[in-house]
Design a protein around this ligand. Structure first.
Ligand code: ADP
Length: 490
């Protein structure tokens, strides 16, 4: 059993390089046990404005810091995160509920973004374009937008922040970060680490608090030039409309409804192993997780049998205990919502094949926050399990008769974030992948997301990308200067 580390930070807002106590607090609990971890300051409106002012004040000197220097500071953050991954991993597991090994994986994933954008900082090239008139030329340059407002969810509370902070700071923006209400601790843990690397006060501010109030404030504050949100599609729409009067730049990573298509020639053992891993990862509370599993009707029974046997061998429990494969959901309310979705589908003909309730064996857990990993068959395209983002370890099986039919149904959603194809014939896998209306496809791979690639959704899954060369573009504007060519007589 791992322990919660003692805090190396204060549970307060981080503004201009120091901790700020507020009158009100938000209680943060370990979802697995219900234990109180901390009462974290709830940043009031005056203090959020103060944080934005500080980010504005530090903007000029940060923008004018050499890109290579900015990059080095970010690479330092990557290094320290890796060195301290046990400490960060234990805190993350306690606060979010995910198993320790997954939490450490998230710390490494977060570090990879600091490393990547630390390297990319020096590659924000402009270019010179010939002018149609012989005595002129165009300079094209990318300039930091200014202050970025960052809003992140609770499922990857460190990595989602790291992706945005690293890209924004690499581009020369300063940032005000509002972490999710349920998981502010890991955000506060990161702030002094960046300061230790030499990131100046005011360049990153952390303001825990309610999304509806701080999000609106970010959207309406004229000094915030770009808003980057990872959250639900509903929240994205609200933020977009709040930002509309100022035509504010938005970068939105929103909900998904990913299809996973098992082709007839797929290696069923391998596919089942990857599917179970994916659905137990953060207990299915992942926007890119497989939400609908399309299986050829003639192999459905065999595949479901393999998946069920595998799921039976897994252990659900406290993320800080050894040998746990999946933790709780983020809170009891999430369990109730998912149960309602499952009940509705069952009332309409879906069948629960198996549920893993291994967490019941541990009396020290808060069982109300756990949802059993579940296999459901007989799911059709109209049921809630198909139409909505499940955000729980439920594996809904949808039988199909032809690949064309599976693709058409896979695309029949307003979301377009991720998709998965499993099969042996690579030309067929590639052809299916090409036809999926999503931002990223994993072929025989359950987690293709990496710092090196641009990832973003289409349709109602978002606007813009994170990661890759493109990730920094979310935080810059493009300016063209048309100027006379210097004529020098030699
Ligand atoms: P989730 O269901 O994953 O919690 P949300 O979209 O509700 O997704 O939350 C993601 C982040 O968005 C959180 O930090 C939350 O506080 C914030 N948030 C919630 N409502 C709003 C809003 N109206 N405007 C801006 N941010 C919001």
């Amino acid at each position: 059993m791992k322990t919660v580390p003692s805090f190396w930070f204060e549970p307060r807002a981080w503004i201009n390089g120091s901790w700020h106590k507020m009158d009100e607090t938000i209680a943060v609990h370990n979802p697995a046990t219900g234990a109180l971890l901390a009462n974290v300051s709830r940043t009031d409106v005056r203090s959020v404005n103060h944080a934005i002012d500080g980010a504005v004040a530090s903007q000029k000197s940060w923008r004018e810091t050499a890109p290579a220097t900015r990059g080095n500071l970010l690479q330092c953050a990557a290094k320290l995160l890796i060195e301290r991954k046990d400490q960060f991993g234990r805190l993350l597991s306690a606060e979010q509920g995910k198993p320790y090994a997954q939490a450490v994986g998230e710390v490494e994933y977060a570090a990879s973004f600091f490393q990547w954008f630390g390297e990319e900082a020096r590659r924000l090239h402009g270019r010179i374009v010939p002018h149609p008139e012989a005595d002129r030329e165009f300079f094209i340059q990318h300039r930091p937008i200014g202050v970025a407002g960052l809003i992140t969810p609770w499922n990857f509370p460190l990595a989602q922040g790291a992706k945005k902070i690293a890209a924004a700071l690499a581009a020369g923006c300063t940032a005000v970060w509002k972490p999710a209400e349920s998981t502010p601790l890991i955000a506060l843990a990161l702030a002094p680490l960046l300061a230790e690397c030499g990131v100046p006060p005011g360049v990153l501010q952390v303001v825990p608090g309610p999304g509806s109030i701080i999000g609106k404030l970010f959207a309406e504050h004229p000094a915030i030039g770009v808003l980057s949100l990872t959250g639900s599609t509903e929240t994205g729409a609200q933020l977009m409309s709040a930002a509309a009067p100022q035509i504010k730049r938005l970068s939105l990573e929103l909900g998904g409804n990913a299809p996973l298509i098992v082709l007839r020639d797929a290696d069923l053992e391998f596919t089942a192993e990857q599917l179970v891993r994916m659905k137990l990862f953060v207990s299915g509370q992942v926007c890119v997780t497989a939400n609908r599993v399309f299986v050829p009707r003639e192999i459905e029974e065999e595949f479901v049998g393999i998946v069920t046997d595998l799921l039976r061998s897994k252990r659900v429990g406290n993320g800080l205990s050894d040998g746990v494969d999946a933790g709780p959901l983020i809170h009891e309310r999430a369990c109730r919502d998912v149960q309602a979705m499952l009940d509705e589908s069952v009332a309409n003909g879906a069948r629960i094949v198996y549920q893993n309730q291994s967490y019941l064996a541990d009396p020290q857990l808060d069982h109300k926050a756990f949802f059993p990993p579940t296999v459901v068959t007989g799911v059709d395209d109209e049921m809630g399990l198909s139409c909505k983002e499940i955000f729980a370890p439920i594996i809904p099986i949808l039988a199909y008769d032809s690949v064309a039919n599976a693709i058409q149904r896979a695309n029949n959603t307003q979301h377009g974030l991720a998709g998965y194809v499993y099969g042996r014939d690579m030309s067929q896998c590639r052809a299916v992948a090409n036809q999926l209306e999503v931002g990223i496809v994993g072929v025989n791979e359950w987690r293709p997301l990496k710092a090196e690639i641009p990832f973003g959704g289409i349709k109602q899954s978002g606007i813009g990308v994170e990661g890759g060369e493109e990730g920094m573009r979310e935080f810059v504007t493009t300016q063209v200067i048309s100027l006379p060519k210097p004529i020098v007589q030699i």
